[in-house]
Design a protein around this ligand. Structure first.
Ligand SMILES: Nc1ncnc2c1ncn2[C@@H]1O[C@H](COP(=O)(O)OP(=O)(O)OP(=O)(O)O)[C@@H](O)[C@H]1O
Ligand SMILES: [Mg+2]
Length: 239
């Protein structure tokens, strides 16, 4: 897996959302994008997904320019975006571009894997926020992505559910070596999950700092080392 952006700039009318971003994402690593509201995190993630192609610079996947969305790059948004007229099983199956016997079997496997055993027949209105986001993660996983892009996937969830789903991401990464790029507002979340935290500055969004976190996993959320890094990030963000 290789995913690289070079001199990436995205302008909307007269607003430069991100400017001259250079970043190489390594196989199996977890990157968290951190920065103040409006600094261009979602814009950067959308260009990595192939959903937005109106940028200047280069976005390369497997050393070739990314020209659109691909099965190898899965996306999870802040809202689960489940189809209300489909149940959990059908919503997850909807993620499959080419349903066949083998891929449909994977749907059952991932329903259990993300912790939705026994919930396959439920419709979205009967799900809690956490259950919905588990389904959205499973929908992304059934395509067997090499990269998972996540845009504030847990920001609407209660604290305890959020911690559980962070551990689910680590479990996925540990089992499938999935590369992850996750946008978050939550410094503690970034410290718990990331191999590297990319701190973006605002208006225009540029890379202000890249912080490597080499604490072994599982990490202790309250460890002194992590709290020291937190202070450094707050200083970088002028908070
Ligand atoms: N489709 C669009 N049309 C016009 N301007 C846009 C569009 N998308 C983003 N922008 C602008 O680009 C800048 C970056 O937006 P972006 O959504 O990437 O920020 P963000 O860091 O994800 O913010 P938040 O943390 O609030 O989600 C903002 O100034 C925003 O107004
Ligand atoms: Mg955003």
């Amino acid at each position: 897996m290789s995913l690289t952006v070079e001199q990436l700039t995205r302008t909307f009318n007269d607003v430069t959302a991100i400017q001259a971003i250079d970043l190489t994402i390594h196989e199996g690593e977890i990157i968290c994008l951190l920065g103040k509201s409006g600094c261009g995190k979602s814009t950067l993630l959308r260009t990595l997904s192939g959903l937005d192609l109106a940028y200047e610079g280069t976005v390369s996947f497997q050393d070739t320019p990314l020209t659109g969305v691909r099965d190898e790059i899965g996306i999870v948004f802040q809202e689960p975006r489940l189809l209300p007229w489909l149940n959990v099983l059908e919503n997850i199956r909807f993620g499959l571009k080419q349903p066949n016997q083998a891929t449909i079997k994977r749907v059952d496997r991932f329903i259990n894997y993300v912790g939705l055993t026994g919930k396959a027949h439920l419709y979205p209105k009967a799900l809690s926020g956490g259950m919905s986001q588990r389904a959205a993660i499973a929908r992304a996983l059934v395509c067997d992505p090499e990269v998972l892009l996540l845009d504030e996937p847990f920001s609407a969830l209660d604290h305890f559910t959020k911690l559980e789903l962070q551990d689910l991401l680590l479990k996925i990464q540990g089992k499938y070596n999935t590369t992850m790029v996750m946008v978050t507002h939550d410094i503690d979340e970034a410290l718990y999950l990331a191999d590297r935290i990319v701190v973006l500055s605002s208006q225009p969004g540029t890379i202000q700092d890249i912080i490597e976190i080499d604490s072994p996993r599982p990490r202790t959320r309250t460890s002194r080392d992590l709290q020291q890094v937190k202070q450094k990030i707050l200083t970088t963000l002028h908070i």
